[in-house]
Design a protein around this ligand. Structure first.
Ligand code: CIR
Length: 253
């Protein structure tokens, strides 16, 4: 997959009012904004044309644009995110998306968060989590099938989303936690198991033959650097306090 475009939204001053399972006391807006700006600059450096949407305080999690939309071929699917506070985030994106793609929608009773969707070549793995249900997965599956892709579901018993625990880095390599990489669904991959204390590094992004990883995970960083793909390390401290990571902060297509 070669990405040309990205869509991001600036974090709002009330971003720390978003959902989280972490201790987010001390989550700092100035630092969050700096980390977000550095992320955008990195995407631009990698050659992506980045559409930057303004902060929207109506949705404190709204900068996690990956969740309300999934791109599949020429279609952008509005997903019905599974957290009530996030259900309508997609409305604030439709105008922007319509400039790039045909729009489709997950309908009730389906719920789905884009963070549960991992594309590998022409296959979509759809995680069933607290945010994504069977109805949502089946509807997305039908839509991606129309675009010529295959799909399957994966149970997500731990972590927020499927991609909180596993990501595809190209060349048949999956980076993830031991328990996720042990799933029979992933038997045919080369598996790079994270040290338990470096679990958040699962959220490493593969963009146009480069890898973007969060700062603070030295063992994983050394392993990735020993590979042939250039590695870029970004400080994600404030994003991680809100259960987010690198992939959540953009739509790439
Ligand atoms: C949430 O709980 O929905 C946000 N605070 C974090 C969303 C992270 N998104 C992602 O991993 N795709």
């Amino acid at each position: 997959t070669f990405f040309k475009n990205a869509i991001v939204r600036k974090p709002a001053p009330n971003f720390a009012a978003g959902l989280t399972t972490q201790d987010n006391r001390g989550a700092n807006y100035t630092l969050m904004s700096q980390q977000h700006a550095a992320y955008v600059a990195k995407l631009q450096e990698l050659g992506l044309a980045v559409t930057i949407l303004p902060a929207n305080a109506e949705f404190p999690d709204g900068h996690f644009v990956e969740d309300p939309v999934v791109f599949a071929g020429g279609t952008a699917v509005l997903t019905r995110p599974g957290a009530p506070s996030r259900l309508h985030e997609g409305l604030s994106l439709t105008e922007t998306l319509a400039g790039f793609a045909d729009l489709a929608r997950i309908e009730a009773p389906g719920f789905l968060d884009g963070g549960d969707v991992m594309r590998v070549r022409d296959h979509f793995y759809i995680g069933l989590s607290d945010r994504t249900n069977e109805a949502g997965a089946e509807q997305l599956g039908a839509l991606v099938s129309e675009q010529g892709f295959t799909w399957s579901t994966v149970a997500v018993p731990a972590g927020l989303h499927l991609k909180s625990s596993v990501n595809y880095l190209g060349d048949n390599v999956l980076l993830g936690t031991e328990s996720f990489l042990a799933l029979p669904e992933f038997a045919d991959f080369e598996k790079w198991v994270l040290p338990p204390e470096e679990t958040p590094a699962a959220n490493t992004l593969w963009i146009n033959e480069n890898l973007l990883m969060p700062a603070g995970y030295p063992k994983t960083e050394a392993r990735l650097r020993a590979w042939r793909k250039p590695v870029h390390v970004l400080d994600m401290s404030e994003v991680e306090k809100m259960d987010g990571g690198l992939s959540c902060l953009s739509l790439r297509f």
